[in-house]
Design a protein around this ligand. Structure first.
Ligand code: NAD
Length: 288
């Protein structure tokens, strides 16, 4: 047990299925202990069927809040009282804050992505991003990055059930932000190569590179990457994805996996619950 739990301990949950593999309980409980905060963070196996009762228990037990992951990020929305405007646009919630029985939904994945680049001294504001993917992670990244000042965004998706999401993301960004977004098809390889050529950053937010697709990378030719392009894969298991290996073969200086994003999305949620800054350098040492 990390903390001295007592009658005043404040509970925060993580509701998802499957979830036992998650690094979040270790991250948050170490941060609570480091800062001497009387909180505990526990993972609960909750799917869509048990979600309504689990959300009601946040109110009943006066928990401070919860994280959510698949399959609950969209399903939770009708069960909440309020939505943060950015989470509403993204259409997903990964963090709930309970203010005396009023539950508000937030999404911190996109905030985590931008912050992880800031941590590396890399400023994407005013720059062009090529983004592959328009699922949960891709949508959060696209909309947050556009709000945070990315100037131009080329969004690629393959012709699958997420293509409509990609269209929706492009429309929202063009309507609500000063970023100029365009929709592209991954099947058009010449266009993909051309968009990468004048981008500041390439982010792959697809499931390519992650189990069971650990051998898949959307870019196989290292010559598609300039050495000064930032190459960012949101996958963090494995730590070095096939995409990252291609970028490293091409001599790219800034190559990242999704660990920084994972850490900073957690730090943003931590701040919402506790009002405190997570000691991220310490947590980085503990986790990575
Ligand atoms: P999702 O199922 O909502 O979306 C999947 C996306 O990947 C879609 O755009 C789909 O079209 C695309 N895709 C899947 N296989 C593909 C392939 N072979 N070729 C091209 N496109 C393909 O998933 P999600 O929740 O958005 O997660 C996507 C990735 O982001 C996962 O790898 C996950 O590990 C990662 N992620 C990382 C963090 C973090 O904190 N680092 C947070 C959330 C998700």
């Amino acid at each position: 047990m990390l903390n001295e739990l007592d009658g005043h301990t404040i509970l925060i949950g993580l509701m998802a299925y499957p979830i036992r593999h998650s690094m979040s309980p270790t991250m948050h409980n170490h941060a609570f202990k480091k800062l001497g905060l009387n909180y505990a963070y526990l993972a609960f196996e909750v799917g869509n069927e048990t979600l309504p009762k689990a959300i009601e228990s946040i109110r009943a037990l006066d928990m401070r809040g919860s994280n959510l992951s698949m399959p609950n990020k969209q399903a939770v929305i009708p069960l909440l009282d309020k939505m943060d405007p950015t989470a509403e646009m993204i259409g997903a919630v990964n963090t709930i804050v309970n203010d005396h029985g009023v539950l508000t939904g937030y999404t911190t994945d996109g905030v985590g992505f931008v912050k992880s680049l800031d941590d590396e001294g890399l400023n994407i504001r005013g720059q062009k991003m090529t983004l592959a993917g328009a699922g949960g992670a891709g949508t959060a990244i696209a909309i947050q990055a556009a709000f945070d000042g990315v100037k131009e965004m080329a969004i690629f998706n393959r012709d699958d059930e997420f293509l409509d999401n990609a269209k929706r993301n492009v429309d929202i960004i063009n309507e609500k932000t000063s970023c100029h977004a365009t929709l592209h098809h991954l099947e058009d390889q010449a266009d993909f190569k051309a968009q990468l050529a004048d981008s500041f950053i390439y982010c792959d937010s697809t499931s390519a590179g992650m189990k069971p697709q650990e051998d898949v990378t959307l870019v196989t030719d290292p010559s598609w990457f300039r050495k000064d392009l930032i190459v960012y894969d949101t996958v963090y298991a494995p730590r070095t994805t096939e995409l990252m290996k291609v970028a490293q073969r091409g001599g790219v200086t800034h190559v990242f996996n999704g660990l920084g994003m994972m850490l900073e999305q957690g730090a943003a949620a931590f701040k919402l619950w506790t009002g405190e800054d997570m000691p991220v350098d310490y947590i980085r040492e503990v986790l990575f």
